[in-house]
Design a protein around this ligand. Structure first.
Ligand code: ADP
Ligand code: MG
Length: 259
């Protein structure tokens, strides 16, 4: 079953004051099955972030359809959207978005608190989930610390823990390893893979990094707001990595550094 179906999605950014308009998405179509781990790649300016933000319900399309788990999200009103976001989606951004005045633990359980879970009845449930996500992400030892006391990699893993503690059906990540060193990237990617296989979470991850992309089961390549190519991972991650590099070369010509 498809968890996500995107049809003929268009986004035109325009200036109200008569400036130039920008066609960020030009009628893109694709589907993601439940439980898939899909990477989104493409040159800078291809429309990746726009696409992710529309699926995340943070931005609205000019036209087209986005169905998530059977719900047409483009026709939801503001109240329905915030409910939907809370119940179905988890986000991981490049810049962490942690609240500085809260501890790691408080940041992670924030979405559950916002979900208005009845505190008493659910205290054990919250604790159990906190334990599970902090083990997966290797951050049990830093739960009492504040964001300014931890490293970039730990911040990103805290943000990932916050994204998955609600057990969202769809996790959206925009360049989640962009600000991390290679060791922290590897740890986050392994954690995402584990969340994908253990919790059956569907993941859509934008990345410009072929190594990060090689953890996905499938990659969609976007160029000029349209699907350009698709790659399925076979058995080996190394062969997949090499295939990704060749598609990137075809996509970018001499401009590989643009990715
Ligand atoms: P990517 O994430 O692939 O680098 P984006 O989705 O951020 O690409 O951008 C796609 C295109 O849309 C780019 O040409 C960008 O300049 C333009 N764009 C993105 N956001 C806005 C905005 N808020 N207003 C106007 N143009 C935008
Ligand atoms: Mg982007």
């Amino acid at each position: 079953m498809n968890l996500l179906t995107v049809k003929n999605l268009k986004k035109i950014y325009g200036s109200k004051w008569g400036g130039s308009i920008c066609h960020a998405l030009n009628g893109i179509d694709f589907e993601v099955a439940a439980g898939e781990f899909v990477g989104v790649m493409g040159p800078s300016g291809a429309g990746k972030t726009t696409l992710l933000n529309i699926i995340a319900t943070i931005d609205t399309p000019t036209s087209g359809s986005v169905r998530i788990d059977g719900t047409e999200i483009t026709s939801l009103n503001e109240t329905e959207l915030s409910d939907f976001r809370r119940t179905f989606l988890g986000f991981i951004f490049q810049d962490f978005n942690l609240l500085d005045t809260l501890t790691v633990q408080e940041n992670i359980i924030l979405p559950l608190s916002l979900a208005k879970v009845k505190a008493r009845a659910c205290a054990t449930e919250i604790e159990a989930r906190l334990e599970q996500v902090s083990v997966i992400l290797g951050i049990r030892d830093i739960l009492a610390k504040y964001p300014y006391e931890i490293s970039g990699g730990q911040k990103q893993r805290t943000a990932a823990a916050r994204a998955i503690i609600t057990k969202p059906k769809l996790i959206l990540a925009d360049e989640p390893t962009g600000a991390l060193d290679s060791k922290s990237s590897l740890e986050l990617l392994q954690a995402l893979s584990e969340i994908n296989t253990e919790n059956q979470a569907t993941i859509l991850m934008v990345t410009h990094d072929a190594f990060a992309a090689s953890f996905c089961r499938r990659i969609i390549f976007i160029k000029d707001g349209l699907l350009f190519a698709e790659l399925l991972r076979g058995d080996g991650r190394k062969e997949f990595f090499d295939k990704i590099l060749s598609v990137l070369a075809a996509l970018g010509g001499d401009n590989r550094e643009l990715f």
